[in-house]
Design a protein around this ligand. Sequence first.
Ligand SMILES: *[C@@H]1O[C@H](CO)[C@@H](O)[C@H](O)[C@H]1NC(C)=O
Ligand SMILES: *[C@@H]1O[C@H](CO)[C@@H](O)[C@H](O)[C@H]1NC(C)=O
Ligand SMILES: *[C@@H]1O[C@H](CO)[C@@H](O)[C@H](O)[C@H]1NC(C)=O
Ligand SMILES: *[C@@H]1O[C@H](CO)[C@@H](O)[C@H](O)[C@H]1NC(C)=O
Length: 331
Amino acid sequence: MYLLCLFSIAFAICCCHGALSCPNLCNCYFGQDSTEVICHNIPISVFPARGVPRNTTRLTIQYTNITKITGEDLRATPLLKELHLSNNKLRNLSTDMLIGLPHLHTIDLTGNQLRDLPSRVFHHAPLDSLALKNNLLSRAEADWLPSDSNLTWLDLSGNRFQKIPAGLLQNLGRLITLDFFENKLEDLPAGVLDPLTLLERLSLQNNKLRFIDPLAFDTTFALSYLFLQHNRLEKLAPTLFQTVKELRYLDLSGNQLHHLPAGALDPSVMFVDLAFNPWHCDAKMDYLWRWERKSIELHQEETKAVCSLPVMLKGRPLATLSPEELGLKID
Ligand SMILES: *[C@@H]1O[C@H](CO)[C@@H](O)[C@H](O)[C@H]1NC(C)=O
Ligand SMILES: *[C@@H]1O[C@H](CO)[C@@H](O)[C@H](O)[C@H]1NC(C)=O
Ligand SMILES: *[C@@H]1O[C@H](CO)[C@@H](O)[C@H](O)[C@H]1NC(C)=O
Ligand SMILES: *[C@@H]1O[C@H](CO)[C@@H](O)[C@H](O)[C@H]1NC(C)=O
């Protein structure tokens, strides 16, 4: 009798009123001011339109075989705030996908097969976070995002970009974090980062950067964390970071640097990683040697620069060298 009661109550809630519905094989959580739907690793190849509660605020469909999602699918959930679609088989998005979603601020499209996107695809919703990581993108058009975009976080890592999409960044004056690691970038020209005056974190590691224009960071005044490790940099301009007065952390490990010009880490770099570069430990290391001594004194932080040449000093950390070994005249 008790069981029967329980069953009829459950039936009444789920089926008669249709209130606490949930798509087949998915999990739904009904909170006080949020409704969450999670469809994780289930055998579907089309969007699970049936049963998604109308007041869903957070929708996650991940590790499935769905290949597309339409504006119509999403208009059934007008209160949506977050849309997580990572690791599906999405190949394209539709222009009208976000129409009628006035609260949507986060979209995660990581790990799909997006090669190109239609124009105005991310207009219509007030996005602040957008992840397009691990797709097949090699270009991005300026009009994907509106010119008054409030995006603060953009993740384009793990794609096929050879150039920074300057047009797109033009619209992103509010950006705080930009991830571009594991692409095929070859250079960082002047001007492309200029609109990003609020940018605090820039990830460019694991690209093929050989060249950074001396003016590349001219107006990124707020830049605090810069990741440039595992590129092909052979030199940096002495004035590269001159206008970046907040730079706390700079990772240059795994490049082809053999010297740093005097002044390169002034005025404000606090922590720098210089491991795995072929440093030439000669008198031209004067600046870096002094900089590192000071850094150790102030923060107990080493740069991890290790000599590659001359042969006699090979394998010695720069910090352990005496002025005489570097051929410096200390008075
Ligand atoms: C969503 O709808 C369900 C079922 O009607 C309700 O229990 C829940 O409180 C609603 N959630 C919100 C955030 O309105
Ligand atoms: C997706 O399709 C592949 C190939 O048909 C299959 O092996 C895999 O199990 C499917 N994934 C899910 C989550 O159903
Ligand atoms: C993606 O969809 C848009 C229209 O929605 C279409 O113009 C474009 O050709 C499609 N791209 C690909 C690669 O299928
Ligand atoms: C960005 O924020 C401003 C101020 O809150 C707002 O007026 C504008 O519509 C927003 N832009 C977008 C594309 O949502």
